[in-house]
Design a binder for this molecule. Sequence first.
Ligand code: IMP
Length: 434
Amino acid sequence: MHTILLGAQWGDEGKGKLVDHLSSKSDYVIRFQGGNNAGHSLWVGGKKTVLHLIPSGILHPHTTCVIGEGVVLDPLVLRSEIHKLMDAGALADAKDRIRVSERTHLLLPLHRALDQERERKRAGTRGYIGTTGRGIGPCYETKARRTGIRCIDLVGLDAVSFAALMERLHESYREELGSDRNQELMGEAMGFLPEIRNFLAPLLIDTLEFMKAGKAQGKRFLFEGAQGVMLDLDHGTYPYVTSSHTTSPAAGIGAAFPSLTRDAKVIGCAKAYLTRVGAGDFVTELRGRWSAEELLIAEEIRAAGGEFGATTGRPRRIGWQDLVALKYAVEVAGMDALAIMKGDVLSSGLHSLKGSIRVCVAYREKGGRILNHFPALESTFSEIEPVYEEIPLWKSARSTDPAYKRYLSLIEAFTGVPVLFSGHGPEREQIEIV
Ligand code: IMP
């Protein structure tokens, strides 16, 4: 059986831990979208290591990790992650266990500069997205403009043809960045790319052929999603989204073997509460809008849950579980089951929680009308009110605790899919098969 694992909220749901668990039963672990905007904190050789591009499944020595063509690849980040893993003794030789699609687009200094420059200009306006600044949006932009550069271009073209592609790519941003800056960015890339060419060449694969061969040998595939459904380019809270597709069909596009992903089981990962980084409202955010004690609750949950971005270190915004949004995510992403993580954070003795928590079960519009579906218009989120159900807080986030079981049953009844996994602590083994 093959699995697609997705984030069911705005990212940071604790997918890394679940990937680690599911990888023990998988042979190939595949990234199919996003780039180094993602981040998983892992303990490698007794040291905390954050991986942004390499799937977390790398920690299981029997796995092969694939970076599919739906990913945007910063080659410097990949190289540095490989070195970190090798230094920690977690990887002997990248060629044995890491593969990159020939068709994957390269994320270059130009993309990073565009991302950061645009965000700087938009700061303080509604146009500010709060991106991770890693160049992800601009790299997908050049891919869609058909001026992007793929791994195979770097490895397969002669020097003159490759330089012409680089020239074409940079030329289209000359006006936006200015001639000098543009030349500087191109020079920077041209400086390190020859070395990257040698480093990437042995890792490249034709994903379709590679996966077909794996399927013929009976290999088990795990597709590891990054970010979350609510950040999906089409289905998320546009424009405050990432630039890739984070739903299950994206696995069939971003890793070239759709007949395999059609049969896969789709698991959505959600936290017992909500977090979000970057701009964009969410209805259940605890930001002191409805009562002053909200801020205290948010602060306690953030501290207890270590809710700071693994990529940027930004404090995550905190809110109550939103079942309307979760049901939407389940349906729009085609999830078969859910995993609920970090329930233990809420039951870790937070003073501000007085024996109960809240769960949003509907929205109320300004005029009082009840809304039972997730709205498309982004400005709605700051206007509608959450309708909460108050439920007793559990003592332990285990399905044997009646209050926790009741919470999981509420999620199942509301979303229409079963909860299959539940996380109850940061350690590798603190995951329950419900
Ligand atoms: P970008 O993907 O860097 O362009 O950022 C776009 C939006 O997605 C911003 O709100 C980011 O904070 C958010 N985002 C991107 N990657 C992640 C992630 O891995 N976890 C949570 N939020 C993310």
